[in-house]
Design a protein around this ligand. Structure first.
Ligand code: 0O2
Length: 210
């Protein structure tokens, strides 16, 4: 167990640091009263049981986990609109505190399950008492609708251990299409939504100023 604690320590640091940095992007937009492409950010270190399961499934040997398992440190960025995802990816590409190793676009190329999301794998330097260590982390960027679908599908996947009954599989695919249409619909009234949000932000600020 001590071995796992030591192994996971830099991943924990990376997740905490990246959460602060990514949430910082949102605060900066708020300060400038601009629409933030980031709605909220979450992060987690993959639980040991899931690391072992995935290593087993993918034939990754445990001494190669740090180079072959890309999502031990995982961050998730939720956006209101599909176009915000592009903005977030551009922001990530322009940073110099990590290096992008790989991008996977499951939005242009959705998975057979119906899953949509944009994945960016980064190499992130963590400062440890033994010097710098670069670890891999996966940042998943998705809309609120994509996140709703993925969260529900993930729970069902857990329940059925990936072997969905045919009717559930079809319903999930339909739900994925509905989430896609919801994103499209929201994009068409994006201007209206943003005007309303700006109005409420100004009203709140005026109330706070007294
Ligand atoms: P967790 O932490 O439980 O979410 P593979 O597992 O082979 O598809 P690979 O090569 O690791 O994936 O890379 P990929 O597909 O870019 O990223 C895997 C992660 O993406 C998964 O992590 C999920 O978080 C998410 N994901 C991918 N496909 C689906 C899907 O069909 N449904 C849902 N809900 N999420 C998906 P894990 O390993 O499942 O871990």
């Amino acid at each position: 167990m001590k071995h796992w604690d030591q192994f996971l320590e830099p991943y924990k640091h990376a997740v905490e640091e990246l959460k602060v940095k990514l949430k910082g992007i949102r605060s900066q937009y708020e300060l400038h009263s601009d629409h933030s492409p980031i709605e909220f950010v979450t992060g987690r270190v993959k639980p040991i049981a899931s690391i072992l399961d995935k290593a087993h499934q993918k034939g990754i040997s445990l001494d190669k986990l740090d180079s072959e398992m890309q999502d031990i440190a995982g961050l998730r960025i939720m956006c209101q609109f599909v176009d915000d995802i592009k903005t977030v990816v551009e922001l990530l590409r322009s940073r110099n505190d990590f290096e992008i190793v790989e991008e996977r676009d499951y939005i242009s190329h959705k998975k057979a399950s119906g899953y949509r999301s944009y994945h960016v794998v980064i190499r992130y330097p963590v400062q440890t008492i033994r010097g710098e260590r670069k670890i891999l982390a996966e940042i998943q960027i998705r809309t609120l609708a994509m996140n709703f679908w993925a969260t529900v599908e993930h729970s069902l996947n857990y329940k059925y251990k990936g072997l969905f009954p045919e009717d559930i599989k079809i319903r999930l695919q339909r739900a994925a299409e509905a989430a896609f249409r919801l994103d499209e619909e929201m994009s068409t009234i994006r201007g209206e939504i943003q005007d309303a949000q700006a109005f409420f932000t100004r009203k709140k600020e005026m109330q706070q100023d007294g």
